[in-house]
Design a protein around this ligand. Structure first.
Ligand SMILES: Nc1ncnc2c1ncn2[C@@H]1O[C@H](COP(=O)(O)OP(=O)(O)OP(=O)(O)O)[C@@H](O)[C@H]1O
Length: 288
């Protein structure tokens, strides 16, 4: 079953379009939403959360229609984003008093223990929280109302390495209940190496792929070889190529096909998620 189903979503901004994105996020798994800056990841997440209305297309979250069943959906979804919706002038304690009654399954004890674990003083005003502290607060809220689905926009980007690991542990803990689902966008691909099951890759407003992380890492490869191997037909086989005085290095989408093409004339290495983002972002423009 899918926790999220996006169908043919399009959002047109004056200088940018999310173009006909269809995406299934599998229930019971962690999906990483990756892509270069400004390709539409936050816009997609905001559409899932009803914060941005698509021009066309449909959105189902936990089997419910967004926006028609937005209130039911929000009961079951935890949101972590650094441009969260909280009042700056209000303390953590008072903000909690505003938020908690909205949730049918609010767990006060859990919330207090997260505040303690995250070293957040209830007296501190939201406006005085650092970016990382705001994320911790949003996470404490999200984890205290028994959310089945956690949707997070760059949750790890403002966090120090110690809390980043703690966060990943918390997410792993949440996934012990196999009905739970997490999707988060990130630039920190090492976080995904650690915990993601699926990767959804967005580039220039379009979904490039959404598949199991292990399959992605098996399918793509970095190829290195002598520049003489490159002609215009061969270049087309690469998602992107970097050329140096000594040779070339490029990303191919189909390792098997490239191995048949180059045989022993090239060297093949495993591509990382970072390689996949880099070469897709640069495309044919990737030169050293
Ligand atoms: N409200 C808006 N009005 C007009 N353009 C917008 C609006 N929101 C986003 N955009 C544009 O849409 C594009 C995609 O932005 P978005 O924030 O979705 O990208 P992103 O992939 O999340 O980027 P990053 O990784 O840098 O956070 C950008 O060019 C941005 O300027």
């Amino acid at each position: 079953m899918n926790a999220i189903e996006l169908r043919n979503l399009t959002k047109i901004y004056p200088q940018f379009t999310v173009n006909n994105v269809s995406l299934d996020v599998k229930r019971g798994y962690i999906t990483g939403l990756i892509g270069p800056n400004g390709v539409g990841k936050s816009t997609l997440i905001k559409m899932m959360l009803g914060m941005v209305r698509p021009d066309t297309g449909s959105i189902k979250i936990l089997g419910c229609d967004m926006p028609r069943q937005e209130i039911d959906i929000k009961q079951r979804v935890g949101i972590v984003s650094d441009d969260c919706f909280y009042y700056e002038d209000v303390s953590i304690r008072d903000m909690k008093r505003i938020i908690a009654p909205f949730y049918k399954k609010w767990n006060e004890q859990k919330f207090n223990s997260y505040l303690e674990q995250f070293e957040l003083s209830p007296k501190k005003k939201i406006g005085q929280l650092s970016k990382g502290m705001k994320i911790k607060f949003a996470l404490a809220v999200a984890l205290s109302h028994e959310a089945e689905l956690l949707i997070m926009d760059e949750p790890t980007s403002g966090l120090d390495p110690v809390f980043r690991r703690e966060l990943l542990d918390l997410l792993a803990e949440m996934m012990q209940d196999e009905r739970n689902t997490i999707i988060f966008s990130t630039h920190i691909t090492t976080d995904l190496d650690r915990i993601a099951d699926y990767i959804s890759f967005v580039n220039r407003g379009q979904l490039v792929f959404s598949e199991a992380k292990d399959e992605v890492l098996d399918r793509y490869a970095i190829v290195k070889g002598d520049r003489q191997l490159l002609d215009s037909d061969i270049r087309k086989k690469f998602t992107g190529v970097r050329e140096t005085a000594f040779g070339f290095e490029g990303l191919v989408e189909n390792r098997h096909e490239a191995e048949q093409l180059f045989g022993n004339y090239a060297v093949f290495e495993k591509a990382s998620l970072e390689d996949i983002i880099y070469y897709n972002a640069k495309g044919g423009r990737a030169h050293a």
